[in-house]
Write a protein that binds this ligand. Sequence first.
Ligand SMILES: [Zn+2]
Ligand SMILES: [Zn+2]
Length: 272
Amino acid sequence: MSLHVRSLASGSSGNAFLVRTTEDTLLVDAGLSARQLERQLREHDVEPHTLSGIVVSHEHHDHAQGVGALARRFAVPVICTAGTARALGSVLQGVDVRLCHVDGITVGDAELWSFPIPHDAAEPVGVLLRHGMWTVGIALDCGHVQAHMVPALQEADLVVVEANHDRERLLATVYPWSTKHRILSDQGHLSNLQAAQLLEAIMQDGRPRDVWLAHLSEKANDHPRSVIQFVRNYLEMVALPPLSLSVAQRDRPSASWHSDQALQQSDLFHIC
Ligand SMILES: [Zn+2]
Ligand SMILES: [Zn+2]
């Protein structure tokens, strides 16, 4: 059994992750237009009508922009919390909606669990998708780290977390104070430091895993290479071993993870 994850886009202008299991393909978030998503799926050799589901973490435009049109056009079920479904309202009219749950549901040949995350949306969640022995965990748009998020994400072989902003840069941007206040609040977005601290907590179990930093702000963060370096430096400072880190780029398909490669790396890890 193999699991393949590809970032199609990640940032305030749109988030979408393609998750392929042995038999099925899912989207996690549909924050691009339906037309853009359709095009990107085909560029990845996925016919939209073959999707087993579209998981929506919360109702904000950059996570749900294309969900209604794509789901209706290709009769694809949408999986989200009851609160997110209510907040999306007529966007999901005529769509087969399934509710995700902390106890897990089956989607195609994958298991999906959700866990709450603190964000200024109706009922936002992080998700874990498991296929065979492999799990991907995705937690974007978190105002702060809550204790339950750590064991949830420790389940994952690939962890996708947001590293939204550098606090000083954010304060120096021309954003209105209300926007800065929202981003910095407990219901806003994780800073690079908060993301590094979350990873520090996750990595206490000593298990090798890969990490993608996602949802980087265009104006309030450094170059992706510098963000990776910042997190590396932090983990080195707290005496944790180096981690395989990538950035899910804002505006184009980028990071890609395959369980077969992760298996080879973990074999190497054990040999070393
Ligand atoms: Zn977002
Ligand atoms: Zn959001």
